[in-house]
Design a protein around this ligand. Structure first.
Ligand SMILES: [Zn+2]
Length: 489
């Protein structure tokens, strides 16, 4: 692990003043010159000397002699930040804009109804993404837990609405081909960045959105989803959520079926996201997974003891696992006593702690912009990412550590997960066919043209009748024994 660089401590007010005074960036960028040959004619030499005299106030003797990379004032955080973000894509792990398309526009984005090239209210639009030097964005494809669904097997709109969110996110991305590229691989992010585009990726924010079905996970992957947040604020067929524990529920961690979920995520090479899960679920997954995991938007529990944040023992496991914790900007996760007092400095504190315990190689940024009503003072919207980077530098982060934080770690982790998936598939692992223990399939049709004699005999013997499409009785209520199964989850 790289150690933080030692710099003279700077008062916060000074940091802010400096970060607000952004100099003309080009003024200090001096390109190294080729070493001169002694055989050059004197006019050229005089010319070089003349230019050097002009440049002398803003450069160093070593630089114009071409003795190395142009050094800059290391306390010029604005310039350092710009240099880093112009050569490394800043990839934000979590933004909920597609949810707003749903609830504000019913996913109708054409005909001028939605124009993110204009200044919008809230946290996100294209100009502010550019201002914030955003290189890649994971859009969250989110649908809230269905309170009416008492049983994971209940017929529900969750999977349909998730498909609609994938659809609208892709249509939104496709509307701006000069600005956005839809990516499903880390290599795509690098290529998009090289060609000056913002890469756009999709993650599903909750296992409930897949109807407790592993087949649904595979289809989500085929549609371009690249991470699944294991739970949102409700338990599902494979895991316990942090919200359940916060509300006084027992932390049952991963279910038996959850182990099959982990196996399939590993096999697919899909990023398994542990933001929103209970602490026991985090530990259970980390003990089982054969690939690195991610936290797409979480903070440090030791700094703010909110159950959405990651405890230190888990941070140490993430270091061993090779995964990444992407720091969140949600006020109530950063200060439980007084969320309204949260500032950008609280985010710095969280990132610093994550880096100290998990290591600079295992942290990233996952804002939750457009998904949370209140963000820290100083981090009001997507244009403010550079301000955060400047403060981290002022606290002592090196350029290399910042490169890891903003994007290199995520790119490495994702590539590792992909590679592990390919290895597992090469070993001959078939798609996982396991199902939740409470899962009920259609009861049998009397007159189906069965393939097997044994089925036909059984159908006659048991007097199979009309099919029962769902696992629900005529009253809309579950049969007693299924409700009991639910209590076991
Ligand atoms: Zn969330």
């Amino acid at each position: 692990m790289a150690e933080p660089a030692t710099v003279t401590p700077v008062r916060i007010s000074e940091e802010l003043e400096r970060s607000n005074q952004r100099p003309d960036d080009t003024s200090l960028i001096v390109h190294p010159q080729r070493r001169s040959s002694w055989g050059w004619n004197w006019r050229y030499t005089l010319g070089v000397v003349g230019i050097a005299v002009i440049l002398a106030p803003i450069t160093t003797v070593a630089t114009w002699l071409g003795l190395g990379e142009a050094p800059i004032d290391t306390t010029n955080y604005a310039l350092r930040t710009r240099r880093v973000l112009e050569s490394t894509p800043l990839i934000d792990g979590h933004n909920d804009l597609p949810w707003l398309l749903r609830i504000e526009l019913q996913n109708r984005i054409y005909g001028g109804r939605f124009d993110p090239t204009q200044r919008l209210l809230g946290h996100t639009d294209i100009n502010r993404m550019k201002q914030g030097l955003v290189g890649g964005q994971f859009w969250s494809v989110y649908v809230h837990c269905d309170k009416a669904q008492k049983h994971f097997e209940d017929p529900s709109w969750l999977v349909r609405d998730t498909l609609e969110q994938i659809d609208v996110a892709k249509r939104f991305i496709a509307e701006y081909p000069d600005i956005f590229t839809f990516c499903t691989t880390p290599m795509c992010i690098r290529n998009a960045f090289k060609s000056g585009k913002i890469s756009n990726m999709l993650g599903i924010e909750g296992g409930h959105q897949l109807g407790g079905s592993i087949a649904s996970i595979r289809q989500a992957y085929d549609l371009g989803i690249r991470y699944i947040t294991t739970t949102h604020n409700c338990d599902n067929a494979w895991a316990t959520s942090a919200s359940t524990v916060a509300a006084g529920g027992e932390d049952k961690g991963l279910t038996a079926f959850g182990a099959a979920y982990v196996r399939e995520m590993n096999r697919l090479g899909m990023m398994l996201d542990l933001s929103h899960v209970s602490h026991q679920t985090m530990r259970d997954v980390l003990s089982l997974t054969q690939a690195p995991i991610i936290f797409s938007h979480s903070g440090a529990f030791a700094v703010t003891p909110h159950l959405r944040n990651v405890p230190d023992d888990v941070l140490r496991s993430v270091r061993r696992n090779g995964g990444i914790v992407m720091a969140v900007f949600v006020n109530r996760f950063l200060n439980m006593k007084d969320p309204s007092a949260v500032t950008i400095h609280d985010v710095v504190d969280h990132i610093w702690h994550l880096a100290e315990v998990a290591g600079w190689e295992h942290i990233g940024i996952g804002s939750d912009f457009s998904g949370t009503p209140h963000t820290p003072a100083g981090l009001e919207d997507v244009s403010k990412f550079p301000d955060l980077i400047e403060l981290l530098m002022a606290r002592g982060a090196t350029d290399q550590q910042i490169r890891l934080l903003v994007g290199e770690n995520l790119l490495r982790v994702w590539a590792d997960i992909e590679r592990r998936g390919r290895e597992i598939q090469a070993e001959g692992s078939k798609p996982v066919e396991e199902e939740w223990e409470g899962r009920k399939w259609h009861t049998h049709y009397r007159s189906s043209p069965y393939m097997y004699r044994s089925t036909r005999e059984k159908a006659i013997k048991e007097g199979w009748g009309e099919p029962n499409q769902f696992n629900v009785g005529k009253t809309g209520k579950h049969e007693e024994k299924i409700v009991k199964a639910d209590e076991d989850i």
